[in-house]
Ligand binder design. Sequence first.
Ligand code: ATP
Length: 354
Amino acid sequence: MSFLELTDVTKFYGNTCAVSAMNLTVEKGEFVSLLGPSGCGKTTTLQMVAGFEAVTSGRITLDGRDITHAKANVRGLGIVFQSYALFAHMTVAGNVGFGLEMRKLPKTEQRERVAQALALVHLEQHASRYPRELSGGQRQRVALARALVIEPPVLLLDEPLSNLDAQLREEMQFELRQIQRRVGATTVMVTHDQSEAMSISDRVVVMEAGRAMQTGHPHRVYEHPETRFISTFVGKTNLLPGTVTASGARTHVALGPLAVQVDGPRFLPGTAVLLSLRPEKLHCVPAGRIDGQVRERFFLGSQWLYRVGTAVGDLMVLAPNDGRDALSEGERTGVDWPDHCMRLLPADETAGAE
Ligand code: ATP
């Protein structure tokens, strides 16, 4: 049995199904992210784990105990919200120690644990400041220290970094991961930012319309998305419509004038499919699988992004900036890619692979 388990957890608000038969397992010490677009049910799932929202049906267990109907304060989970929700009239130390005070721990133990938690987030120097005297990143760290100080069995993070500017957010992502590893905190984070989820999680759960669509290591989900939605939500991709012409050890697909053979899930001949090709897997070469012409180019610093018009449609190609001259707009080029980078997805998601 896993440390935290959700089994067929469903939540209705009136007639609205916010979460539908959600299954999730989280191992002790693991960092799992719920990733998905706005309104897909991420926050509702987290709130049900925290005990702030009642479960309509299904079961939640923590360390083998059924907590489906347990009160939030009995669960005692650590929570960090997007808004941080710090107490403005309390100092940093007061905010961090609040949970310990509520639990009526001896004063000396409270002081020790607050000092340890502040050291963990590098805020020892700011213990007597008020939240208004801190930067966004510092406030975020106070909220994290406040959640960790009670040594919760599970740490729940709801878009904890979304109020920070891009650079600070990136720094805090790595800091958050380091702190989580150091403490060994079992963590569930909600985010709609796919790069954030992928860079710091052991596993991601991609949600769509109240359902968990795919769960796995970030690299696995990125390389082997199971649906069109996942292939475009987790990273960017070129999707080329095609038809399966034969199915053997590999699936033969006709993409207009181009024929390819693809490994992986098999589809029946005649099935409408989409070939997913990640832009960074494509190369502009003098003679490739298909000829094309650069329609647009964008300089991204470390890379060039080309939009190349071809007989199978426009292809986005992401090429490293090696310091040499880039292809010009209007220039003719071939486009090539290795066999192992091709993924087939069902065009009609209700059909699926064989
Ligand atoms: P976001 O990224 O925008 O926060 P989310 O994935 O966290 O979205 P939820 O907040 O879990 O999504 O909402 C899931 C669905 O449930 C949405 O359709 C939302 O409108 C609905 N919903 C959420 N809370 C309530 C509520 N208290 N009453 C009624 N409907 C709600």
